[in-house]
Design a protein around this ligand. Structure first.
Ligand SMILES: Nc1ncnc2c1ncn2[C@@H]1O[C@H](COP(=O)(O)OP(=O)(O)OP(=O)(O)O)[C@@H](O)[C@H]1O
Ligand SMILES: [Mg+2]
Length: 287
């Protein structure tokens, strides 16, 4: 498990140089965040730091608030109190409590375009080819020159192993290929961090491995990532720090070796024993 960050690692030539780990300002910081849906408080005072070049894993049972937290980070969801800080810059809010919203549209746009989401269900645009999917936002949202974006997009598709699928339609790709296209699309925005919400959960085990390989490559490049996953092996392999959410609170957090090797709280111990329980031996299934 490689947990340390080596800032001398060379850039891969395709994407911008990996963010320098020694920079003191975290890409994302969350302080005492509270979020409710109506009467139900889903996040009950969460703190989170994603230092540059680190991979932060979010684990926890279904309904614990992982996706909500991720979506609050890039302001896809509003929150009622607490701070969201992007590269040292606190999000400016207008109104308070239930009516609280980001106040500055430019800041909102800057934050959204720099924190690129990858969803469980890929969410590719079905009426666009794979190449068009990858090029769309950098051209239309960021206003980058199409020729430059196309070069970058093709390089990214090659990087995730689907360079030959540029002109295919999403429906012509396997789930694993679609998810890799979605990762290339997120990377083409040249974001400061990737926010991945269960990127492998919708895939068969064999296809999961294609995506896991890509995520491991990105971690090895010291990409800043927030990774929500139910795949504890993936979390153990790629994360620098793992956060265990339980009912909207951080019940335990730490380096993966401790979280998975020596969990301190009973809640985490229970979660891990339920999640990592050995599967029934299928070798006699046909007998
Ligand atoms: N749009 C919404 N409206 C109302 N309640 C919501 C909404 N989205 C999520 N919730 C509730 O918030 C809680 C946390 O949901 P969230 O999706 O963040 O959980 P999760 O940890 O990502 O779970 P999973 O592992 O199943 O994806 C749940 O109780 C859920 O029902
Ligand atoms: Mg979720």
């Amino acid at each position: 498990m490689s947990l340390s960050v080596d800032p001398s690692t060379p850039a891969n030539g395709i994407t911008p140089a990996p963010q320098q780990a020694q920079s003191g300002v975290p890409v994302i910081q969350i302080r005492d965040l509270h979020k409710s849906y109506g009467e139900q408080e889903v996040l009950k005072g969460v703190d989170l730091v994603a230092p540059r070049g680190h991979v932060i894993g979010l684990i926890g049972s279904s309904g614990s608030g992982k996706s909500t937290l991720l979506r609050c980070c890039n302001l896809l969801e509003d929150s009622q109190s607490g701070e969201v800080i992007f590269e040292g810059e606190p999000v400016a809010w207008t109104r308070s409590g239930a009516g609280r919203q980001p106040a500055d549209r430019k800041q909102l746009r800057r934050l959204r375009t720099n924190l690129a989401m990858v969803f469980q269900q890929f969410n590719l645009w079905s009426h666009m080819t794979i190449l068009q999917n990858v090029m769309e936002a950098p051209v239309t949202v960021l206003g980058h020159p199409p020729a430059e974006v196309e070069t970058r997009a093709r390089a990214l598709l090659a990087k995730v192993g689907i360079g030959d699928k540029a002109d295919a339609w999403p429906a012509q790709l396997s789930g694993g290929q679609q998810q890799r296209a979605a990762i290339a699309r997120a990377l083409c925005m040249q974001p400061k961090a990737l926010l991945l919400d269960e990127p492998t959960s919708a895939l068969d085990p064999e296809l999961q491995q294609e995506v896991v390989r890509v995520i491991k490559d990105l971690a090895a490049e010291h990409r800043t990532m927030l990774l929500v996953t139910h795949d504890m092996r993936l979390a153990a392999d790629v994360c620098d720090h793992v956060v265990f959410l339980h009912q909207g609170r951080i019940a335990e957090e730490g380096p993966p070796a401790r979280i998975f090797g020596a969990p301190q709280t009973e809640r985490l111990q229970q979660f891990l024993s339920a999640t990592m329980a050995p599967r029934p031996d299928m070798s006699n299934a046909s007998e």
